[in-house]
Design a protein around this ligand. Structure first.
Ligand code: HEC
Ligand code: HEC
Length: 248
């Protein structure tokens, strides 16, 4: 069992929510720096105002809804001013910027310390873990295939748990672009910003378009893992970890 404080952190960790909108986050960055950074820190890790990367409210926010309520009305008695002049769009952009900070923090393993007490041991039941795996993981993974030797790679319980919860990779992202004429091209993103998008297709050829003339669909490789985050109960995590540690 996790200690209450750890349970709380686990809960917030599991609340990563839907994938942040990178384009909006980019627009939100200067707005955040201008309006919020003085109190919440350049990196949103807190200053005179609280750390927003670890705020439960921010973690649970969907599309700027909860953050927007705080920003619009403020919490005057707590030292948080109201920003009635920010538009809904601007608040959405700032919220997405904060969600990207949260995701970056999770990807960097900032939450490692969460599991320090159970780094190498787990109290889980591998038989129940196998059952959970069959129900929730086997559609994408196999215990005798891609994950056959996963315990060699992640021999510690804590590492294993972090890995399956959020297996972020540093591989380049992929996208599918639909052009004005309806042609679709998929490939690895070389560059994407407000003005241009360029990618390399499977044949190695480069393509580049003005951003506003095409439709870009970013591949969310971890959609399956994201969808599982709200599903796990504490016991599932321990059981699954115990089971995965037998795969060597
Ligand atoms: C003058 C300092 C100041 C500025 C500027 C400021 N904040 Fe705050 N903010 C605070 C303080 C202090 C709190 C804690 C208030 C409380 O909880 O009673 C807070 C709380 C919050 C919370 C709630 C966090 C939680 O966990 O409950 C959010 C979200 C937030 N601020 C977002 C923003 C955003 C977005 C901006 C910029 C648009 C911003 N703040 C600008 C000082 C500030
Ligand atoms: C919808 C498909 C899907 C489902 C369901 C899914 N995964 Fe994954 N999983 C992936 C993909 C895709 C990756 C690779 C991510 C990458 O490399 O960027 C991955 C990566 C992993 C890794 C990292 C492997 C390594 O070698 O580092 C582990 C461990 C893992 N998943 C375990 C699980 C477990 C346990 C479950 C069930 C609780 C699960 N996955 C459910 C698609 C899925």
């Amino acid at each position: 069992m996790l200690a209450p404080a750890q349970q709380h952190d686990m809960h917030t960790y599991l609340g990563l929510g839907s994938a942040p909108d990178a384009a909006a986050a980019k627009l939100g960055e200067p707005l955040y720096k201008q309006n919020c950074a003085a109190c919440h820190g350049e990196d949103a890790r807190g200053a005179q105002g609280p750390n927003l990367v670890r705020s439960t409210l921010v973690l649970h926010d969907e599309k700027g809804h909860d953050i927007g309520q705080v920003v619009k009305s403020g919490r005057p008695e707590g030292g948080m001013p109201a920003f009635p002049n920010l538009t809904d769009q601007q608040i959405y952009d700032i919220a997405e910027y904060l969600h990207v900070q949260v995701e970056n923090a999770a990807n960097r393993g900032l939450y490692n310390s969460l599991y320090s007490k159970q780094r190498s041991q787990t109290t889980g039941d591998p038989t129940k873990g196998r059952q959970f795996f069959a129900e929730h993981c086997a559609s994408c993974h196999s215990a005798t295939g891609d994950l056959a030797k996963i315990a060699d790679k992640f021999p510690e319980a804590a590492e294993m748990q972090e890995r399956f919860l959020w297996p972020a990779s540093r591989e380049p992202r992929r996208a599918t672009v639909t052009t004005a004429s309806g042609q679709t091209i998929s490939g690895t993103i070389l560059k994407i910003d407000d003005f241009d998008v360029s990618l390399r297709d499977a044949a190695g050829q480069m393509h580049e378009w003005p951003r506003d003339q095409v439709e870009v669909k970013l591949e969310d490789k971890l959609a399956g893992h994201r969808a599982l985050l709200p599903v796990y109960k504490d016991a599932d995590l321990h059981n699954l970890t115990a089971y995965l540690l037998t795969l060597k």
